[in-house]
Structure formats: structure tokens, C-alpha cells
Design a protein. Structure first.
Length: 626
């Protein structure tokens, strides 16, 4: 994809013989948010807690004592007794590791080289010229016609003397300079009769910081988190789609944390087979396969309807399916949504058809599951229903099932489950976030194919008709996640940066579920979802999301009806800041009412009364009898 800079300035670039590029924050960026983060890394690596303060003070002192010179050198900075000379090489080493090409300018550079233009580099920098050249070469800026570094030349762009030297070296040539500093790269160049373009690199940092999660990492993150933030900043330069950016910022690190946790669990369990259940096991399976881990992994088609049919074919009793699904009532809208075959009366189930379909499904799984084996189940969550049904279907074959999920709700259908983000109600906060935002997590991990309805006699999947879902958006989001993982791997390989993937994955998911940004809510809120199965009526994650950015009337309608959303936190993110607290209370009251109706429909009036009684008792302070 051609970046905005080259698109915008291609014709201008074509009209000049010589193009001068600034180096830092133009041709080169750092995998950090601030240049001084280099000093924080040195502090950490060499256990020198005061190094950053001394290094900043030393540079300030050097500039004050050498005020008669246009610039200083790294040697001048380290001449102070506060710093040890041995840190010069260490600082250079870190600079080399954390510097990387700015892809937008690199693309323009490649274009210029292909056009046989002369490209020179001009930098006001204290690093030695040979180090600046090495940084450029390491990042594929190898065709350097001339390099001007103030530590070597003794003149700077800010005074204009660097431009005078360039004009002296290239008389009567049409020269264009490009750089990020408005004064030294733009105004000073023009003042000295060199045309210039202001490359506003800080604009990308500002745009990235408009995203609340990126802003939190920039402002409050550790060095490792700031390195992640620098990757997120660069994605804004690439002009990718909103779905790609969500995949890059959130899904990538969540996936890395989840799969790192899975890998650790699988090494401990040593299963014979690892089954990644569709659809939410698709992305973890793709990454595990890409990493070429030594597990017998299979991506298998699975749905609650498939498992219900297979179990019903064995047990011949609809109440067994209801019980496996955690339902109190025999006939229930959820079971009806499964489209279980019935006889002509429309009420009695068609056992013969179910047995045939159930046999097809069971035979499909027998290709992956063998008697007396250990099987790991990978899925997103939440109650392990499909795993519980598999255990019931294969209960006579001495198979050990163990499930590893993104999250496990309290009171799962089977005890043989563990959760990465939350596990059987703990930690409490994470469990509550999943309870309120599980649909968002499911959207992140959903496969780019429809839900599977059944397996035919040839062992091929039969899909539902999910017309509402735009799978191109899902693919774009997954592409963003994979791009992030590739960039993260390259960053860690180059810098040796240590990142706790599991912690960072949990942190990113918590932020998305609890404090999504406006753009996150607008993008994800348009996706369709249903609490039922298959082709049941679907609705957007955020009700009337298209009205959120409309006129006054649309915004009022959105505010009054947003309580109907699956994703309440996303809906709140779209409201004006002043009414968010009141709206949160308003939404909560309506959601409690809706949940009560849903609970009654799901488990019956008697169970609802019992649940309310238990809740009231839990609120009454317990008094110990003397």
C-alpha cells in the first residue's frame, strides 16, 4: 500500500535533483515513545537507578559549557564526572537496537532511489557520524549520497549553517529538504534558500494518543509497554483500516498472551490430541500452527447444536440436552433455535433423523479422538458446554478431556476446565468484565466462516447462513493481529526486550471490555450477534450505533435505547462525557430488568425467586449468636 506521504508529495519529489532527509523522527524512529527512554533502559539493564537523571543533566551541562559551539558530541556529554565512559558504548548499542526505519519515509526513499535521485541525509545529532551511518544502513538506507551530522561537521540546521554547507557542496542544484522539526527543518531551510517539507511526525504520536489504551501506555507504561505503544503509533502512520487497527492494538497481544498460556499448559499435560473448536479456536490454532509447536493439533468444527444432536442421538431424551445446556425447562427457545428435527406434528422430536445426524457427527470426531487417550480442548469459553457434551458422548471410551479457555464462568458444565483471563469466577473483576462483554471477546476470536450447523454423511461441515456478518472485516482484524505478532517478534529479536505476554494480554482485554475508545465502540458496535444459536435473529453489539454520531435527535434516540445493547460499556463510550454517569445507572436498571426476564425464561419462575432470595440474604449483615 502506498502511504499518504508519497501519494501527497510524489509530484513535488519528482521535480528536485537532490533530496535531503532528516534522520531521527523522519527517516528513523525509535521503538520507544521518548528518546530519553534509552536512558531508562540503561538504568534497568545495569542496575544504575540514577543514570537517566545524570545523563539528562550531563547533556544540559555540556550544551551550557559549550554554548559557543553549534552542537556537542557524545564525548562532550560523557566528560562530566557524573557519568562513566564505559556507558558510551552501551548507549550506542541500545540506540542501534531500538532504531528502526519509518516505513512511510522509507517508501519515499526507495521511490527516489528507483528514480535515480541523489538522496542525502542531514542531522543535528551528538552521536558520531559513523554510528548514524550504521543506524541508516542497518535499516536499509544503504544508498546514501552524502551524510551531514552536526557532531562531525560542527554546524547545525537550526543555525542555518548546515544548509549553507549543503549549498556550497551542491551549487546551482535544485534541493528539497524534508524533516520533522518545524524550525530547524522547515523554516531554517527556507530561510537559507532550500525548499522544504515539514514532515509532522509528532502528528502521528498525537493521533495514536487519542486512542485511550495507547495513551495510557505512552503516559504511564513501563519501558516494555512504551515499546508496544511505539508499535501502535507506527500503525497510525500506515493508514490501515479501523478493523486492522483493532486487531493490531488489542487482539494481537491478547492472542499472544492466550497462546503463551496454552503452550505452557499443553507442555504440562502432554495430550495425545489438541482440538481447537470452531469458531473461536480458529485464531489460536492458526498462531500455534505458525509457531510450529510440537503438538498434534486439529481445528475441528463444533457448535452447541452439533453436540446437542449427537448427545440426543445417544440418549433419546431432550431433557438430557436441556440439562447439559444448563436449562431448567424441557422445551426452551434456545433448544427451539437449534432446529432439532421434529415429526409432522411439530412437537415430537424425530429420533430416526437425529440418530443418523448424530452418528455422522460422532464419526467425525472419532477421526480425531481415540480410545484411552488424553485430549486437550481449546476454545474461548465460557461454561465448557461443548466439552461437557463431548465427555458425555465418549464417556465409555476412557478418554481424559481437559479444556483450556480464554475465560471460564462460575459453575461450568464440567470441572475439567481452566481459564486464562478468568477462571470459575476469579479474579472477580475480570470475571465480571467477561460476564458483561463476552460478545466482544467472541467477536475478536470468531473465525472468518459461518457457524457450523452439522456434519453430513461425507464428514463435511454444513454451515448456517450468516448473512449479517461481514467476514472481510474479521479477516482484516485477524490480519492486524498477525501483523502485530510479526512486528513484536522482530522487535524482541532485535532489542532483547522482555515482555510478559500473558500479563499484557490480560491488560489489553480488560481495557477493551471496561474502557473502550470511541473508535473501538463505533467499529465493533456494528457487528451482529445473538444469544441463541444458528440463524436466530441477530442484532448489533451496540443498539442503534449508527445514530451515535448523528444529529441531536439521533443522539437522544441512541441514549434512550442503548440499554438494549449487548455491549453496554461500548454504548457508554459513545455518549457525551457529561451524561455518562447517569446513563450508566439508567442502563444498569434496565439491564437488570431484562436479565430477570431472560432468567425466568431460561430457568423458570421458581429458580428466579430462589436466586433473588439468595441475593437478598447475601446483602443482610450476618450477626453471630452469642
Amino acid at each position: 500500500m502506498t502511504t499518504t506521504f508519497l501519494n501527497k508529495y510524489r509530484n513535488i519529489l519528482d521535480s528536485y535533483e537532490i533530496i535531503s532527509l532528516d534522520v531521527f523522527d523522519t527517516a528513523i524512529t525509535r521503538s520507544l515513545t521518548e528518546p530519553t527512554d534509552i536512558f531508562s533502559i540503561l538504568e534497568s539493564l545495569y542496575n544504575n537507578p540514577d543514570f537517566k537523571k545524570f545523563r539528562v543533566d550531563a547533556e544540559k551541562h555540556a550544551r551550557e559549557t559549550r554554548a559557543s559551539h553549534e552542537d556537542i558530541t557524545l564525548g562532550d556529554i560523557y566528560s562530566t564526572p557524573l557519568l562513566d565512559d564505559e556507558y558510551i558504548e552501551k548507549e550506542i548499542e541500545i540506540e542501534l537496537k531500538y532504531c528502526k526505519a519509518n516505513n512511510e519515509i522509507k517508501e519515499a526513499y526507495d521511490y527516489l532511489i528507483n528514480k535515480n535521485k541523489k538522496v542525502i541525509f542531514t542531522s543535528d545529532m551528538y552521536l558520531p557520524q559513523k554510528i548514524v551511518e550504521k543506524i541508516l544502513n542497518n535499516n536499509d538506507y544503504t544508498n546514501i549520497y552524502r551524510l551531514y551530522v552536526s557532531s562531525e561537521t560542527g554546524v547545525t540546521k537550526s543555525t542555518g549553517n548546515a544548509y549553507k554547507e549543503i549549498l556550497s557542496d551542491f551549487p546551482n542544484k535544485k534541493i528539497l529538504h524534508i524533516g520533522d522539526n518545524f524550525n530547524s527543518d522547515y523554516k531554517s531551510a527556507k530561510k537559507n534558500r532550500i525548499d522544504s517539507i515539514h514532515y509532522n511526525f509528532s502528528n502521528y504520536s498525537e493521533r495514536a494518543c487519542q486512542h485511550p489504551y495507547v495513551r495510557s501506555l505512552f503516559n504511564y507504561g513501563t519501558t516494555a509497554e512504551k515499546s508496544l505503544a511505539s508499535l501502535y503509533r507506527d500503525i497510525y502512520i500506515s493508514q490501515k483500516s479501523g478493523w486492522f487497527i483493532i486487531g493490531y492494538i488489542y487482539l494481537g497481544i491478547i492472542l499472544k498472551g492466550f497462546t503463551s498460556w496454552i503452550e505452557k499448559k499443553l507442555h504440562k499435560m502432554a495430550p495425545d490430541t489438541v482440538l481447537f473448536l470452531s469458531r473461536d479456536g480458529f485464531l489460536p490454532y492458526a498462531w500455534i500452527e505458525k509457531e510450529s509447536l510440537s503438538f498434534n493439533s486439529k481445528y475441528v468444527y463444533c457448535s452447541r447444536r452439533m453436540m446437542s444432536i449427537a448427545l440426543l442421538g445417544k440418549e433419546k431424551d431432550q431433557t438430557v440436552v436441556a440439562r447439559s445446556l444448563g436449562l431448567r425447562k424441557k422445551i426452551h427457545p434456545f433448544i427451539e433455535s437449534l432446529n432439532i428435527p421434529t415429526l409432522k406434528d411439530g412437537k415430537s422430536i424425530d429420533i430416526k433423523s437425529i440418530e443418523i445426524e448424530g452418528t455422522n457427527i460422532e464419526n467425525y470426531y472419532k477421526k480425531f479422538i481415540s480410545r484411552n487417550s488424553k485430549v486437550a480442548i481449546i476454545d474461548i469459553g465460557w461454561k465448557g458446554t461443548c466439552q461437557a457434551m463431548l465427555e458425555a458422548i465418549f464417556k465409555s471410551q476412557n478418554i481424559t478431556f481437559q479444556g483450556y479457555y480464554l475465560g471460564v464462568s462460575p459453575n461450568p458444565r464440567t470441572e475439567n476446565v481452566e481459564g486464562y483471563y478468568c477462571d470459575k469466577g476469579f479474579p472477580r473483576m475480570e470475571s465480571l468484565l467477561v460476564e458483561k462483554g463476552c460478545e466482544v471477546a467472541e467477536l475478536l476470536f470468531t473465525a472468518p466462516h459461518p457457524s457450523v450447523k452439522s456434519i453430513d454423511s461425507k464428514g463435511a461441515p454444513v454451515f448456517y447462513n450468516d448473512n449479517n456478518i461481514d467476514y472481510k472485516n474479521i479477516e482484516e482484524m485477524h490480519a492486524g493481529a498477525m501483523a502485530f505478532l510479526d512486528d513484536l517478534e522482530a522487535l524482541q529479536a532485535k532489542t532483547g526486550l522482555v515482555i510478559n505476554h500473558q500479563y499484557q494480554g490480560r491488560k489489553a482485554l480488560s481495557f477493551l471490555l471496561s474502557s473502550p475508545g470511541h473508535s473501538d465502540a463505533m467499529i465493533l458496535g456494528t457487528a451482529f450477534h445473538t444469544r441463541l444459536a444458528g440463524e436466530a435473529k441477530q442484532k448489533m453489539l451496540i443498539h442503534n450505533v449508527h445514530r451515535a454520531n448523528g444529529g441531536a435527535y439521533d443522539k437522544v434516540i441512541f441514549t434512550l435505547t442503548a440499554y438494549k445493547s449487548f455491549w453496554i460499556e461500548g454504548a457508554i463510550a459513545l455518549l457525551p462525557r457529561k451524561i455518562k454517569p447517569l446513563a450508566s445507572i439508567y442502563f444498569a436498571l434496565f439491564r437488570k430488568y431484562e436479565y430477570l426476564l431472560f432468567f425466568i425464561q431460561r430457568k423458570g419462575v421458581f429458580e428466579a425467586v430462589r436466586a433473588i432470595t439468595r441475593k437478598i440474604k447475601s446483602l443482610i449483615p450476618y450477626k453471630r449468636k452469642n
